[in-house]
Design a protein around this ligand. Structure first.
Ligand SMILES: Cc1ncc(COP(=O)(O)O)c(C=O)c1O
Length: 361
C-alpha cells in the first residue's frame, strides 16, 4: 500500500515555536515570552464570554456581522471590507491559500514573523527572504527580492521580534513598487503600541493591493480566545470569505471580542501602562549595558555581546523565575525578546539581568 503523501512543501515546514511558559525547577514563573497582556483580558470580555455559554448548542452566525460592525465602528472602517479569523494567523493563512500557488514566491523580511514562511509553504509557494538593515525592514531590499512570480509580500509593522517599524512614506513606496498583481499584507498585530499609527488602514483605502491584519491577542489580552481580523479591498475580502470556514469563530469568541472592543477604558489603561513601562525597561536595560532598538511594540529586543551571553542570560533569569523568548530561530541568536510585563515583572527582570551582568563582570 502506498502511504498518503502531503502536498509539496508541507514536509519542509518547521513547526512554529511559541514562547516557553515553563522553566525547569521554577514554580509559577513570570512569562515574558509571548507578548501577552500582563493585566489579562477586560473583565467585561470575561463576563461576555460567560454570558454566551448557554448558547453552546447554537451555531454562530457565518458572517460575524456583529463583530465586524463593532470593529468597523471602533476603527471607522466599512464593515463589508472586514474579515474575522481564528487569530490573525488564520487570515495570514487564508491569504496565502488564496493568492499563492506552487511556482509563486512569497516575500518577507529577514527577521519577519515566523508564520510567513509557514503559510507560504503550506500553499506550495516558495518563501523568499529580503535582508533588513540593522533589524529594520528595508524597502529597496524587499523590492529587489520581488519578481513577476511574487504574489504576496508580508510585512509586520511593527515587526516581531525586532519591535522596529517603517514609516508611512516607506510603506507607500513599497506598495507602489511591487510587481503587478502582488498583494502587500501589512500585519498590524502590534499596531496599537505604535504611537499615532493606524496599522495600515489608510494604505488599504488608497491602494487596491494592500490588506492589513490585526489581532485581539496582544493589547486586548485575548491570545487564548483566538480572534483576529483583516481589512482589505472588497474583492480580496470576498475571495478570502469563499475559503474561510463558515463557522470559524464561536459565539464566545465573537461576544468576547465585541466586549473587549467596547471596554475602551481598560484598553487605554493597559496601553498607557505598557508604553510607560516599555520606556523604563529599555532605559534600565541600557543603563546596565544591554542595548535594544527603540521598540514600537509591547516587548523589547535585548541585545547581548553574542549568542553565548544571550543563552547564559536566558538561563540565569529563567532560574530567577522570568521566562524570556530566545530568538535564534529568527536569526537573532545574540538577542532575547522581553515582553513588557506589569510594574513588578519589569522591575524583577531588570534586577535579574543586573545580577547577571554583575556575575559576568
Ligand atoms: C507579527 C505577528 N503577527 C501575527 C501574530 C498572530 O497573532 P494571532 O494569531 O494571535 O492574532 C503574531 C503573534 O505573535 C505576531 O507576532
Amino acid at each position: 500500500m502506498t502511504a498518503p503523501t502531503p502536498q509539496p512543501g508541507i514536509l519542509d515546514i518547521a513547526l512554529y515555536q511559541s514562547g516557553k511558559s515553563a522553566f525547569e525547577g521554577v514554580e509559577n514563573p513570570v512569562k515574558l515570552s509571548a507578548n501577552e497582556n500582563p493585566w489579562g483580558a477586560s473583565p467585561k470580555a470575561v463576563e461576555a464570554i460567560k454570558a454566551a455559554l448557554p448558547s453552546l448548542h447554537r451555531y454562530p452566525g457565518t458572517d460575524h456581522q456583529i463583530l465586524r460592525d463593532a470593529i468597523a465602528e471602533h476603527h471607522d472602517l466599512p464593515a463589508s471590507q472586514v474579515i474575522c479569523g481564528v487569530g490573525s494567523d488564520e487570515i495570514l493563512h487564508l491569504i496565502a491559500q488564496a493568492y499563492a500557488a506552487p511556482g509563486d514566491e512569497v516575500v518577507y523580511t529577514e527577521h519577519g514573523f515566523s508564520v510567513y514562511p509557514i503559510v507560504a509553504k503550506a500553499a506550495g509557494a516558495t518563501p523568499v527572504v529580503a535582508a533588513e538593515k540593522d533589524r529594520v525592514a528595508d524597502v529597496d531590499s524587499i523590492l529587489s527580492a520581488c519578481n513577476d512570480n511574487t504574489k504576496i509580500v508580508y510585512i509586520a509593522n511593527p515587526n516581531n521580534p525586532t519591535g522596529t517599524m517603517i514609516g508611512g512614506n516607506e510603506m507607500s513606496r513599497l506598495a507602489a513598487g511591487l510587481p503587478a498583481g502582488c498583494l502587500l499584507v501589512i500585519d498590524g498585530a502590534y499596531a496599537e503600541f505604535a504611537d499615532g499609527y493606524d496599522g495600515g488602514a489608510s494604505m488599504v483605502e488608497t491602494h487596491d493591493n494592500v490588506l492589513m491584519t490585526r489581532t485581539f491577542s496582544k493589547l486586548y489580552g485575548l491570545g487564548g480566545l483566538r480572534v483576529g481580523w483583516g481589512y482589505g479591498p472588497q474583492d480580496i475580502i470576498d475571495v478570502l470569505n469563499r475559503i474561510r470556514g463558515p463557522f470559524n469563530l464561536s459565539n464566545m469568541q465573537i461576544q468576547g471580542a465585541i466586549a473587549a472592543l467596547e471596554d475602551v477604558e481598560f484598553t487605554q489603561q493597559c496601553l498607557r501602562d505598557t508604553l510607560r513601562l516599555r520606556a523604563r525597561l529599555a532605559a534600565d536595560l541600557a543603563a546596565i549595558g544591554i542595548p535594544s532598538d527603540p521598540s514600537n511594540a509591547n516587548f523589547v529586543l535585548a541585545r547581548f555581546a553574542d549568542e553565548a551571553e544571550a543563552e547564559a542570560a536566558f538561563n540565569f533569569v529563567g532560574k530567577q523565575g522570568f521566562i524570556l523568548r530566545q530568538v535564534g530561530g529568527y536569526g537573532l541568536p545574540d538577542c532575547l525578546r522581553i515582553t513588557v510585563g506589569d510594574e513588578a515583572s519589569c522591575a524583577g527582570v531588570t534586577q535579574a539581568l543586573r545580577a547577571f551582568k554583575e556575575a559576568q563582570a
